[in-house]
Design a protein around this ligand. Structure first.
Ligand SMILES: C[S@@+](CC[C@H](N)C(=O)[O-])C[C@H]1O[C@@H](n2cnc3c(N)ncnc32)[C@H](O)[C@@H]1O
Length: 371
């Protein structure tokens, strides 16, 4: 699977879109907000640059993209007001893979610029927002041009399926599974870890070239608290999806070989694995690393009473997962089985949640560029 070309969140604003089903990620953005704010204020109190380079990596599209930018501008604007100085030029780069719905983002910019002008007096001449398509596992920006990097719910995606597990590999070594599981052979765990190490070190190396000395980076992504990658908290979402696929195999609706040769380009690391890569790469000081818990359904939205009553928790969770993984599953299994697959998935998630309240673990790290 060519992740760079295949992976994108469900586009538009329809029922299965990411825009409508990203409450978990929105919750993570708001939990991370105090760290983002602290990092920006630390950055600004060192030396106030005339022009600030800011990047959101893996921005996707929809309300979360705009809420991140607005939050960053709010903090900078409030600090400038406190100091009685004018807002610096802001060069805000929104990055994601090539097939991201950049059109949706661009379409919503006029409303954002209008709001900035009305509420803060920040105009076109001060705030330059642009889209940067490409993989964050590699260079995206000129040397020393970025002061602050933000990335939320994105770095758990690997640049590729570990090569030993890719569908082109001659023997399937993770039969009946689509990610690490309790029954996966050790070689599967090793391949995933190796791919994560390669990717994360390349990410750090690329950012170390782009970020100015003293620049800040706040990253949050799915991970785990335990050093064991087979703990329930880190694998269960994939186990339920694999189960739905295997149910379809047992009814002859999907070829078993198709499931055996699909493995998700995903890895949820633990703190120790992250720290090791940060130390090895050597360009960043880690100011903070926290693990935060988020309900699988992002918590019920009590303001939306109709939804709370009519949509089960399982439906919300399954829709949120569908909005994220459908592009990948569709490219491997074909479009035709998607509705059936996710109907089965809802049932399995509902059954699971009736027994256990399950949480995602998101790791939040705050890094400072040495120099
Ligand atoms: C779950 S979405 C998170 C979007 C947004 N940051 C949020 O918090 O709602 C993950 C995003 O990361 C992007 N992504 C994954 N791998 C990437 C890569 N190598 N380079 C750039 N973006 C990537 C995906 O395309 C997707 O839009």
């Amino acid at each position: 699977m060519e992740v760079k070309q295949v992976l994108h969140m469900n586009k538009g604003t329809g029922e299965t879109s990411y825009a409508k089903n990203s409450r978990v990620q929105s919750k993570i953005i708001s939990i991370t907000k105090p760290v983002t704010e602290e990092a920006l204020l630390d950055l600004l109190c060192k030396k106030f640059p005339e022009s600030l380079g800011i990047a959101d990596l893996g921005c996707s599209s929809g309300p979360n993209t705009l809420s991140v930018i607005s939050e960053i501008i709010d903090v900078i604007y409030a600090k400038c007001c406190d100091l009685g100085i004018s807002t610096p030029e802001l060069k805000i780069s929104l990055n994601d893979l090539y097939s991201n719905d950049f059109n949706d983002i661009f379409g919503s910019l006029p409303a954002l610029y209008k709001k900035l002008k009305e509420e803060k007096g920040v105009g076109f001449g001060q705030c330059f927002i642009s889209g940067v398509p490409g993989s964050f596992y590699g260079r995206l920006f000129p040397s020393k041009s970025i002061h602050f990097v933000h990335s939320s719910s994105s770095l758990h995606w690997l640049s590729q399926v570990p090569p030993e597990l890719d569908s082109k590999a001659s023997t399937a070594i993770n039969k009946g599974r689509i990610y690490i599981s309790k029954t996966s052979p050790q070689s599967v765990l090793d391949s995933y870890l190796l791919q994560f190490q390669k990717d994360f070190s390349l990410f750090l190396k690329s950012r170390s070239d782009e970020i100015v000395p003293g620049g800040r980076m706040v990253l949050s992504f799915m991970g785990r608290r335990s050093m064991d990658p087979t703990t329930v908290e880190s694998i269960h979402q994939w186990e339920l999806l694999a189960q739905a696929l295997m149910n379809m195999v047992s009814e002859g609706l999907v070829l078993e070989e198709k499931v055996d040769t699909f493995n998700a380009p995903y890895y949820g690391p633990c703190a120790e694995e992250l720290e090791l890569e940060i130390q090895k790469e050597g360009s960043f000081i880690m100011d903070r690393l926290e693990a935060v818990e988020v309900d699988w359904d992002g918590g019920a939205d009590m303001s939306n009473t109709t939804e709370t009553v009519t949509v089960s928790s399982g439906q919300r969770v399954a829709k949120a997962i569908r909005a994220v993984v459908e592009s990948m599953l569709e490219s491997h299994f074909g479009r035709d089985i998607m509705d059936d697959l996710f109907r089965r998935h809802v049932e399995l998630v509902d059954k699971h949640l009736a027994k256990t309240r399950t949480k995602y673990i998101s790791l939040v790290i705050y890094l400072i560029r040495k120099g």
